[in-house]
Design a protein around this ligand. Structure first.
Ligand code: PLP
Length: 361
């Protein structure tokens, strides 16, 4: 018997059951090719169709304007931390908002290639809020301003985008909130994200680049990191992560069928509300994040002690509620409730938390 659990992992994370079933049904013979997508040439007509459809569906779902290109590349979001300062390199200056672990990592990588500056930070309160900025927080001759839209480890997100000086593009890491909420692509010069949270299995990274930012690379930018290399070849300059891009295409099809990003956002808001409402009324569990900056995707919470946290995590796992341990930088618990987490999973988690509170409070 197949026994699926509710997996609250921060990534790689759950995929929609319906998508897994479709992928399974086509696994051995993809559309009459007699082989699986894992086995086929990236130059085949089958893969060409997958690559094109993945691109056009993502464009449709995110309302990506015509003056942007979309590429599917390897290396994860982390490799883009290095690609960004090498691809947008005119004045050799870039401003970063430090709102958590990944934005700080991104900033540290950029320092190797450009004059990166921390324009604002919330490290003083262990990244429990989103730092406020005004247009004057940034250098008017910065090549770009970088943000991490949703902070996966600390459980915060931008609910209002920073205003940048005229002509300074905003670059956003959307690894953990892509397709979970409506994102106005036109407010950004570049958006990027690893797939393994809301899109597909690990392996593919989505990069969306405005056309005017495609020829500003530094002379030392390696061919493989240069966005224009893959843009010119429709992501087929070298062997792409075929399998993850294929599953991404199936996820995009499914998302479109259920009503696209607005429908998904509504479900995500409902899921997050169930969890936060309970955390707010509980006398046992707490969420320490600034309320207005709360993430829809990642919800860190604590019981009164580290011992009770450990007991909670162990007992929850026996109920089929798994991977609830918090990140080591934060401790406690973290429930990642990405697109593929059904509302039933969140309801079951909250019911279990209530029971645990009664028994241990
Ligand atoms: C997971 C994550 C990353 C790292 O992604 P990789 O694909 O593992 O490099 C970067 N940024 C954010 C916001 C993430 O959630």
């Amino acid at each position: 018997m197949i026994n699926r659990v509710y997996n609250f992992s921060a990534g790689p994370s759950m995929l929609p059951l319906e998508v897994l079933k479709r992928v399974q049904s086509k696994l051995l013979d993809y559309e009459g090719s007699g082989m699986s997508v894992m086995e086929m040439s990236h130059r085949s007509k089958y893969y060409d169709a997958i690559n094109n459809e993945a691109e056009s569906l993502l464009r449709e779902l995110m309302h990506v304007p015509d003056n942007y290109d979309i590429i599917f590349v390897q290396g994860g979001a982390s490799m883009q931390f290095e690609a960004i300062p090498l691809n947008i390199h005119v004045n050799g200056k870039a401003d970063y908002i430090l709102s958590g672990n990944f934005s700080t990592k991104s900033y540290k990588e950029a320092k190797k290639f450009t004059d990166a500056r921390a324009a604002a930070s919330s490290e003083d309160k262990n990244f429990t809020y989103i730092p406020e900025t005004t247009v004057d927080s940034f250098r008017p001759d910065a090549d770009y301003v970088h943000i991490c839209y949703n902070n996966t480890i600390y459980g915060t997100r931008f609910t209002k985008l920073p205003e940048t000086p005229a002509g300074v593009p905003l670059v956003g890491d959307v690894s953990s909130n892509i397709l979970s909420q409506e994102i106005d692509v036109s407010k950004f010069g570049v958006l990027y994200g690893g797939a393994q949270k809301n899109v597909a299995p690990a392996g593919v990274t989505v990069v969306i680049v405005r056309k005017d930012l495609q020829d500003k690379w530094s002379d030392i930018c390696p061919t493989m990191l240069k966005w224009s290399t893959q843009i010119a070849q429709k992501s087929l300059y070298n062997t792409p992560p075929c399998w993850s891009t294929y599953v991404a295409m199936e996820v995009f099809r499914y998302l479109k069928e259920i009503g696209g990003v607005p429908a998904m956002q509504k479900i995500n808001e409902e899921k997050a509300k169930i969890l936060y409402d309970y955390l707010d009324e509980s006398k046992f569990f707490v969420n320490k994040v600034n309320k207005k900056d709360r993430s829809l995707m990642n919800v860190p919470f604590f019981s009164p002690s580290a011992e009770l946290d450990a007991k909670f995590i162990a007992e929850a796992a026996k109920e089929g509620l798994v991977t609830l341990k918090g990140h080591k930088l934060v401790g406690g618990m973290r429930a990642s409730i990405y697109n593929a987490m059904p509302i039933e999973g969140v309801k079951k988690l909250v019911a279990f938390m209530k029971k645990f509170e009664v028994e241990n409070g």
